[in-house]
Each structure stands twice: as C-alpha cells, then as structure tokens.
Design a binder for this molecule. Structure first.
Ligand code: HEM
Length: 444
C-alpha cells in the first residue's frame, strides 16, 4: 500500500517552523489531506489521526501499543515530574488506582456545595460592580476553579494564592510549549532570561505544593480527600509510602490539570455564548426556570439539560486540550499503514476531529441543540476528555463544576463581548485566550 499523504515541509526541519508560527493551522492543513497524514519534525515522524474509528483504535482498542514518550510529555515533565498526566506503565497504573477513589461519583457529588460557594465569592465581587464594568473573565474563572480544586481535593483555601498561581501557570505552560517547539533550547540550568522566568515560576508552584504537604503532615486529621489518599497510600509489596518528590508531582499535577482546563472551558463558553444570542436566551430561560433566582444545588443538576449541552458544545468547538500526542511503542497498523520505529508518534486532535464536517453539521456554528438530539454520530468524533484507560480522571468533576458555575454566573448576570478586545486561541498545552478575555458585565 502506498504511503499515507504527507504534509509538505522543509527538508530536515519538516513542519517545525510552521508549528512555531501557528500550530493549529498546521493540524488543520494536514487534516485536509486525509484521515492519516504524516508530519515530519527533526529526528521524528508524526502521524495525525483524524477519523473517530482510528481515534478509538489509539485511545481504546490498541491503547497498549502507545505511550507518552514524546517531546511534549518530556517538556511537561520538567514542570510536573512523574504525576498522573505524565507517568506511564505500572507506576502510572498504581498511582491511578490510589487517586481514583477521590473521583468516585459519591465523592464528587459531595463537592457541589464547595463549587457553588466558591462561585458565590466571585459573584459577590461582580454584584459590587456597576453595570457596564469590564471584567477579566479568564482571571476570575482561574481563581474560582483553583479555589475549588484546593478545597475539594486538598481541603485548603487557596484564595490568597490565586494571582500567584495563575501567573506561574501561564509562564510554565508557555515555557513548556516554547521548549517543545524549540528543540535546541538551552537546558534549564543555563540562566537565560526565559529559563530564569520558568525556574522562578516552578519554584513558586513547588513552594506552594510543599507547604500544602507540610501543613497536612503537621496538623494531620482525617479529611478523606485526595491529599489523604496520596499521603496514606502504601505500596502493597514494600509497605512504603510515596516519597516527597512523588507527592509533589501528584499534587502539582492535580492542582494544574484540575483548574486550568475547566477555567478555560468556561472562559470559551462565555465567549461563544456572547456570539450566539439564541443559545444564550435559551440558557437564561432554563436557568431562570430551574433555579428561580436561587444558588444552584446538586438536586438542580439533572434539570439543567440545556446548560449541559452548552458546556458540551463549547468543549466541542474550543476543546481546552486541543491535541494529544502518543509515542508508538509497538508496531501498529492504522488504515492499512504500519507505523513502527523509534521516534514515531501519533497525534489526535479534538480540535480537528470535533470540527470535521463529515461528523458535525455546520461545525463552526455554536449550536448546543446538537447535544440534545438522540442521534449523536460516531462516539470518538467527540473526545474532549480523551478516552480509554487514560481518560481524564476529572471528567465528571469538571462537567459538574462547569454546569454549576455556568448556571450560577448567568443566573444574575450577562456577559457581553467587549468591542475591540482581540480574542485569539493560543495553543499552549491547553487552549487559552492569548490576550485574556475581557467582557462587559451587566445585571440581568
Ligand atoms: C473541562 C475540563 C477538563 C478537560 C477538557 C480535561 C481534559 C483532559 C484530557 C484530554 C486528558 C488526557 C490527557 C492525556 O492523555 O495526555 C486529561 C487527563 C487528566 N485530567 Fe483532565 N480535563 C479537565 C478537567 C480536569 C479536572 C477537573 C481534573 C482534576 C480535578 C483533571 C485531572 C486530570 C488528570 C489527573 C489527568 C491524567 C489522567 C491519567 O492519565 O491517568 N482534569 N484531562
């Protein structure tokens, strides 16, 4: 069989310069060439997998043939070490088993109060603002979601740290992508301005996480939260607990993965809603009817059907994790082509597949109604939380949080587009608004 189509690139550098300029565009161009398209980078080959059936093959059916030995995860390890997102194999399996109970349905539903309360703190600030005030929606949401992760998973109040953590996270995510896209970046110990900035940000995050762990050690207490589970877990064979380094990696991973993605999802949701007046009106109508002006509770969730569709539609058009990479660890045949060899990767892109007109009618239209229909198309045409054994552990947590927060926000307020404010997605590890998102707040 002939080779799969290949995205034209430069000799040696392949698509490197193009992805440095505009990563998303490179993936969109590649997807136009077929369902399996080769991209080349210095020293490695990558294949974009577009069709839902092959997305499923990679994530679910033949997941064991794929790993996380990619430049991207290596760059991420500089920040997150060997936490749940970046670890692999038996070690990952054990850590996932330890963390899983913290995300059981029974536990997650217990977080509804924490979520609604954290949002009320933000809404209290909003209520004090005059109509027409401009708010930094992205910063506001980062603060709320960070507070929620702190309280729900570690029983701590991170409100005072929000500004610091958000700034450090931005530096870390941008720095990680920069190192990924510039393979010749000097090692972190070389004191370039960029490295210094990244090291400082990492030091701030490490300090925060270490003090969380120390506090828990000193004050102890049974919280039954994720931090307890991580700190009391014992190896079945050796009886040993996690080292401080492992604990740091897991806690930092959870704090990062657990707030940034959900904040981005809600930020994009508000932006998309502001451009879709019909969907916005229907959302307002549902929230008014279900809540009647109250703070939402767990019991309201099943009735917030359209609210859920709005969140899902936002995750379709603007998936916070817009691209996933996997290393090929054993020969695998995809669409008749055998992929094998060291330094071979596959890319899966929720951005690309979730905007594919073969699976989504009028794909660029923000139309939550499509998630109310009984017929939903191929399963893996939609995978904002990935799938298979490495599906997002916080999937249900994030969906509940997004629904509660969205309903809370639109209950009393409307957020409108600020004319002249540029809104452009920046594909760091997550998809963020490059210039933040400023919106005009008014009371409903
Ligand atoms: C809308 C919000 C979220 C989105 C879109 C999202 C998406 C994802 C995706 C696509 C992955 C797979 C990454 C990969 O394979 O490299 C993932 C993994 C992960 N997510 Fe989320 N996530 C969200 C919220 C959360 C929350 C709230 C938490 C924790 C409270 C969380 C914790 C994690 C962890 C620990 C992993 C690694 C799981 C593993 O490999 O075992 N995420 N997430």
């Amino acid at each position: 069989m002939s080779a799969p189509p290949r995205l034209p690139g430069l000799p040696v550098l392949g698509s490197l310069l193009d992805v440095q300029r505009d990563m998303i565009q490179v993936f969109e161009r590649a997807a136009r060439l077929g369902d399996l398209v080769e991209l080349s980078f210095p020293g490695r080959r990558g294949f974009l997998v577009v069709h839902p059936d092959q997305v499923k093959q990679v994530l679910v059916d033949e997941h064991a043939k794929f790993g996380k030995n990619t430049a991207g995860y290596k760059a991420l390890q500089v920040a997150l070490g060997q936490g749940l997102v970046t670890s692999q194999g038996e070690f990952w399996r054990r850590q996932r088993r330890i963390a899983q109970p913290a995300f059981h349905h029974q536990r997650i539903v217990g977080f509804a109060g924490i979520m609604a309360e954290a949002c009320e703190v933000m809404l209290g600030r909003w209520r004090a603002l005059p109509d027409g005030a401009v708010v930094d929606v992205d910063a506001e949401l980062m603060a709320v979601t960070l507070r929620i992760v702190g309280q729900a998973l570690m029983s701590v109040d991170l409100s005072d740290e929000t500004g610091d953590v958000a700034a450090a996270m931005t530096v870390v995510l941008r720095g990680t992508v920069h190192r990924l896209l510039h393979p010749l970046s000097p090692p972190l110990w070389v004191p370039t301005p960029r490295n210094r900035q990244l090291n400082e940000a990492l030091a701030r995050l490490n300090h925060l996480v270490r003090s969380l762990i120390t506090q828990r050690r000193q004050h102890g207490g049974e919280h039954g939260d994720l931090l307890d589970m991580l700190m009391t877990a014992r190896d079945e064979e050796t009886g040993e607990g996690m080292t401080d380094e492992q604990l740091r990696d897991e806690v930092l991973t959870m704090v990062s993965a657990g707030h940034e993605t959900t904040a981005n999802a809600l930020t994009w949701t508000l932006h998309l809603l502001a451009g879709a007046p019909e969907a916005e009106a229907r959302l307002h109508a549902e929230v008014d009817e279900v809540l009647g002006g109250r703070v939402p509770t767990l019991e309201d969730l099943p009735r917030l059907v359209y609210t859920e569709a709005v969140v899902k539609e936002s995750l379709r058009i603007m998936p916070p994790v817009w691209m996933l990479a996997r290393s090929v660890e054993a020969p695998v045949t995809i669409l008749g082509h055998e992929l094998t060899g060291p330094n071979t990767m596959v890319f899966l892109s929720p951005w690309v597949t979730q905007r594919d007109p073969r699976f989504w009618q009028d794909p660029l239209r923000f139309y939550p109604e499509r998630f109310l229909a009984a017929e939903q198309g191929p399963k893996y045409a939609y995978f904002p939380f990935a799938g298979g054994p490495r599906v997002c552990i916080g999937n249900a947590f994030a969906m509940m949080e997004a629904k509660l927060l969205l309903a809370s926000m639109v209950r009393g307020h409307r957020l409108a587009t600020l004319p002249g404010h540029p809104v452009e997605p920046e594909p760091t590890i997550t998809l963020r608004p490059k210039y933040g998102l400023k919106m005009i707040l008014s009371r409903r």
